[in-house]
Design a protein around this ligand. Structure first.
Ligand code: MN3
Length: 209
């Protein structure tokens, strides 16, 4: 997230129907073109009167929320988090990406969870138990241990010193048009859309992205 003010609406890295049938075109259209766009616009609105913040990347804003002026801390946390989380969510899915974890990273998964299915079950469980809106996350601790957590609303793991690797959006807008109240069905299908190459690249990157 190296973009700076004014933060752009980053296009989807694939076509709107690319995730069919698991995520339908209409959901993706609303999710990207309406929901994410609103977060981008509200983030820019909050930052606009603060020229000192115009040279900051979104990542540095979110990593240093304590240095953001009090009067815009909440809008930056909510909308900046909304932009960061959605970009990562859209980037992490790709039906033609790497289907399963491999190599040394698979070893890390097996070490922590026993096998990939257990990791997916843990992501599903954390997604289901997130009350209301939020995300289930796969993150790495500072000791490079894998961990699954859930966080409400548009919070990110960044202030917790956890490296974001993967997240699944369980806000109703992510699935309601197709799945209505069936969050579990959405989560089951979503697992087959993960591009594990993105997850592995983030894990092995020296930098938090
Ligand atoms: Mn969303």
């Amino acid at each position: 997230m190296e973009e700076k003010y004014p933060y752009p609406l980053v296009p989807l890295p694939y076509a709107y129907d690319a995730l069919e049938p698991h995520i339908d075109l209409e959901t993706l259209h609303f999710h990207h073109d309406k929901h994410l766009k609103t977060y981008v616009e509200n983030l820019n609105k909050a930052i606009e009167p603060y020229p000192d913040l115009h040279n900051k990347t979104l990542l540095s804003l979110l990593l240093n929320l304590d240095k953001v002026p009090d009067e815009i801390k909440t809008p930056v946390k909510n909308n900046g988090g909304g932009v960061y989380n959605h970009q990562l969510y859209f980037e992490s899915m790709n039906p033609s990406g790497k289907k399963e974890p491999g190599g040394a990273f698979l070893g890390r998964v097996n070490h922590k969870f026993g096998n990939v299915d257990n990791l997916k079950a843990e992501l599903k469980s954390k997604g289901l138990s997130q009350f209301g809106s939020g995300y289930a996350w796969l993150v790495a601790t500072q000791d490079d241990e894998l961990m699954v957590v859930n966080l409400p609303n548009q919070e990110t793991p960044l202030p917790l010193n956890l490296k974001p690797l993967l997240l699944v959006d369980v806000w109703e807008h992510a699935y309601y048009l197709k799945y209505q109240n069936r969050r579990a069905g959405y989560l089951d299908n979503w697992m087959s859309l993960i591009n594990w190459q993105v997850v592995e690249d983030r894990y092995y990157s020296n930098e938090i992205r």
